[in-house]
Ligand binder design. Structure first.
Ligand SMILES: CC(C)(COP(=O)(O)OP(=O)(O)OC[C@H]1O[C@@H](n2cnc3c(N)ncnc32)[C@H](O)[C@@H]1OP(=O)(O)O)[C@@H](O)C(=O)NCCC(=O)NCCSC(=O)C[C@@H](O)CCCCCCCCCCCCC(=O)O
Ligand SMILES: NC(=O)c1ccc[n+]([C@@H]2O[C@H](COP(=O)([O-])OP(=O)(O)OC[C@H]3O[C@@H](n4cnc5c(N)ncnc54)[C@H](O)[C@@H]3O)[C@@H](O)[C@H]2O)c1
Length: 731
């Protein structure tokens, strides 16, 4: 709804649709009604449009997309038109965020004023669509093509100050000011002034002459940054029309572009992702606790043990979240290097103006290096990030148990190991949990939090809350080897090596993944993270080539198929980018170059095992990489290790850079259709047999297909768990 009042001859229309004032159908109806009322009321000389509560409208109601209600008029464009055509000056008074359709209605207004801390932007591209209420045609007319392409194709949020510097915002209201009062005064002063040039559809695009070169520049950038995504490209094509066509023709191109994008599976996947991101914070442990009733502990001070690759990134996350951060490292050199790295990073943030001088000195003061466990006696929570060894981790947990106050939570950043086993050496298993960060910890958005068997509701609530304070996409999962992400990802990695054995080379596999939309292929990522990481994990599990007793078949571990190619690579000192050689070689830059030495290693291996290499199609490559991972995803859901398919999808989008426009592995399977996915898995299972158990069709997947075909992803858990809970379900 909207609220209407007239103050001092100024009509004030305030959108009132909490929490974000989205422009839902009922809001659009009421907005247009009040606009007409203000227009026809002779006592009204000007009109202010604003948002009640937290914010100016943040755009269309995303819940209405792909539903019949979206087709009900008036549209946002009808409102934009009415605002622009008004004979009385219209002023948008922005506080909070003016995003998407919200900014488009502000662009329909003759003037825009904004609170200094407000944000503006057209983020539709992130939903796989484009600004569909004239934004692609009006924004370039105010801020120029180059800026508009940048804003729309990347969907960023920009400060009011930046907006003002580009001519989008006519006045910035300082902190503490009352936006509504300022807008009313502004509106009074605008009465009687010519509105001709204030109607943005009347003016031309300032840098229209540069359209071709700008188009080439931005197309190149988006194809690199958003590989495989349709929306950024369609956005650019439609913005181009603003420079070459009339406003009306440009609008038609916008309409066509919107139809194309709305009809694509990508927009559905991205809208799913928008809600999934918010859904994961509403965690629940069925029958035990959930986000609404568990109360987090207050965490003022955190300890980080181990200051290697992960520990330093984790410490930065803690400092950014305002925590006093004690860091303990056993190796003096590593301690000095780690502290230097963290302080250097704080300084970089300051130089980039991500933090101010005061914040920088607060963070520096909050970083406290200690050289023994006693130094951690006052912390509320410890995150252990030492070598991936159960023995070492248990020793550390025993020490922490002794020195830390009884209320302190003990968390491990282990990527694979059993949290309950670590908890078992303490007297506080209810206070033990996993906090699995992804490398680099201060950059990657994912935090996979692991609840142990005995973790208390307070412990779970605290680690989830801490993730939120760190602004991470924080997903709660259960305890098992590799948890959700690494457990599923192991099959993706394993299959990639099997593909090499059978006929592919690293670049061939990586190219397929790049075409799918990954920013990097599996072997490029392996080189970037370091091939030693996987090796150490395999060594901890006794799997590596060198650990096997004489006579062990090279391609088997127990009765399972195993590819030793990754071990051979490591044993040749090819540790990845840091060694300037891994699956690829690197000559002076980070560009991966296929290396004949690796090719020879693979060829020799095939010869030794009498493998006749065959051509492997891109389709088979993709299915072999992704479908076992999806199959394991269903096992993870079946076991309750992940609560929902979108939890898995968020883990992969934010922890493994899975392309957002596919929605994630589980949503992708849904897009393809579960029956088709199962068919391929079953065929492969027949071929591979018991030595490749990751192809054994998941019970949950099989049941869903047999009984429901391709049910809505939102119903998977409900349908399956209902059936599973029935007696004699055999599930
Ligand atoms: C604004 C935010 C940055 C705030 O972040 P914050 O972290 O503070 O809060 P949350 O993100 O947790 O949000 C709280 C709560 O609100 C829900 N919510 C937020 N935004 C919307 C929204 N736009 N619609 C619906 N619900 C919303 C959110 O889900 C949370 O609730 P939950 O229960 O899930 O916890 C941040 O919220 C944010 O980034 N929001 C989205 C901003 C955005 O993307 N805006 C663009 C929207 S798309 C758009 O505006 C399109 C326009 O160009 C118009 C296109 C017209 C084309 C016509 C074709 C078809 C059809 C559809 C109907 C359109 C009507 C029409 O034109 O007539
Ligand atoms: N590197 C990754 O990509 C990644 C990602 C997620 C999780 N992890 C997990 O994080 C943990 C750390 O991994 P990393 O890559 O940072 O390892 P790393 O080898 O870079 O750092 C580990 C650090 O711990 C220190 N250390 C070892 N024993 C110690 C002790 N008893 N007390 C204090 N310090 C000690 C070492 O000196 C070293 O500096 C592992 O459990 C790993 O599985 C790693």
């Amino acid at each position: 709804m909207a609220k209407y009042s007239v103050e001092n001859e100024v009509a004030v229309i305030a959108v009132d649709n909490p929490p974000m004032n989205a422009l839902s159908h009922h809001v659009r109806k009421s907005l247009l009604k009040y606009l007409k009322e203000a227009e026809s009321d002779e006592k009204v000389t000007s009109i202010v449009l604003c948002g009640d509560g937290r914010t100016f409208p943040v755009g269309a109601d995303i819940k209405e997309f792909h539903k019949s209600v979206s087709k009900l008029g008036p549209t946002i464009l009808d409102i934009v038109d009415a605002l622009e055509k008004s004979k009385k000056p219209t002023i948008a008074a922005i506080h909070g965020n003016a995003l998407g359709g919200g900014l488009e209605i502000a662009l329909g207004c003759h003037y825009r004023i904004a609170m200094t801390n407000s944000k503006v932007g057209l983020p539709e591209v992130k939903l796989g669509i484009l600004p569909g209420a004239g934004g692609t045609q009006r924004l370039p007319r105010v801020i120029g093509l180059d800026n508009a392409m940048q804003w729309i194709a990347y969907g960023g949020h920009h400060s009011a100050g930046i907006g003002a510097s580009l001519g989008l915002i006519d006045r910035v209201v300082p902190q503490g000011g009352n936006i509504r009062e300022h807008a009313i005064l502004f509106a009074k002063a605008a009465v009687g002034k010519s509105l001709g040039q204030r109607r943005l559809s009347n003016i031309s695009v300032p840098d229209a002459a540069k359209v071709e070169s700008l188009m080439a520049k931005h197309l190149k950038e988006v194809s690199k940054k958003s590989r495989g995504a349709l929306a950024p490209i369609v956005c650019l094509q439609v913005i181009k029309s603003s420079a070459l066509l009339s406003y009306q023709e440009g609008l038609e191109s916008e309409r066509q572009g919107m139809f194309t994008l709305l009809a694509s599976s990508q927009s559905r996947a991205q809208i799913y992702s928008f809600f999934a991101e918010r859904q994961v914070s509403k965690w629940s442990v069925p029958g035990v606790t959930n986000y609404q009733n568990a109360v987090p502990m207050k965490v003022k001070a955190v300890g980080v043990v181990g200051l290697g690759t992960m520990g330093r990134g984790i410490a930065i996350c803690c400092l950014r979240a305002g925590k006093i951060t004690y860091v303990l490292e056993m190796n003096t050199k590593a301690q000095t290097a780690g502290v230097k790295y963290i302080r250097g990073y704080i300084e970089t943030m300051r130089k980039r103006k991500q933090i101010n001088d005061q914040q920088s000195s607060m963070m520096n003061n909050a970083l406290i290096p200690v050289d023994n466990y006693n130094g951690l006696k006052n912390v509320d929570l410890v995150i252990e990030a030492v070598f991936e060894s159960m023995k070492i981790k248990k020793e550390i947990f025993k020490k922490l148990e002794k020195v830390c106050k009884p209320s302190a939570i003990l968390a491990s950043n282990t990527s694979t190991l059993n949290i309950d086993e670590m908890a078992s050496v303490t007297k506080r298993p209810q206070k033990v949990a996993g906090m699995h960060f992804f490398a680099p910890a201060h950059i990657m958005m994912l935090l996979e939090n692991i609840r142990g068997e005995k973790s208390s509701p307070e412990t779970i609530a605290t680690i989830m809350d801490l993730g939120k304070q760190m602004r991470k996409t924080t997903v709660l999962v259960g305890n098992c080897h590799g948890f959700v992400g690494n457990r599923m990802f192991a099959y993706y990695t394993a299959e990639s090596s099997f593909l090499l054995e059978e006929g592919a080379y690293p670049k061939q596999v990586d190219d397929v993944l790049l075409d799918y939309g990954f920013a990097m292929g599996r072997f490029q990522v392996g080189d970037l993270s370091g091939t030693d990481i996987g090796y150490k994990i395999r060594r901890e599990r006794g799997l590596t080539h060198k650990q096997q007793p004489a006579g062990t078949p090279e391609r088997k571990r127990g009765d399972r198929r195993y590819s030793p190619l990754d071990d051979f690579l490591y044993e040749k000192g090819r540790y990845g980018l840091k060694a300037r050689k891994g699956w690829y070689k690197y000559e002076g830059s980070r560009t991966p170059i296929p290396d004949p030495e690796v090719r020879k290693m693979i060829d020799d291996f095939r010869k030794r095992h009498n493998i006749n290499p065959r051509h492997i199609s891109p389709e088979e490559t993709l299915q072999r990489m992704i479908f076992p991972l999806v199959n394991e995803g269903f096992n993870v859901l079946d076991e309750g290790i992940a609560a929902n398919p979108w939890d898995i999808d968020m883990i992969f989008q934010h922890g493994y850079a899975w392309p957002r426009h596919t929605g994630g592995p589980m949503y992708y399977a849904y897009t393809i259709g579960l029956p088709q996915v199962l068919k391929v898995i079953e065929e492969r299972w027949k071929l591979a047999g018991a030595s490749e158990p990751h192809w054994k069709p998941s019970k949950m997947l099989t049941w869903l297909v047999e009984h429901h075909g391709n049910p809505d992803i939102n119903d998977w858990i409900k349908l399956y768990k209902e059936r599973k809970s029935q007696p004699n379900s055999n599930l």
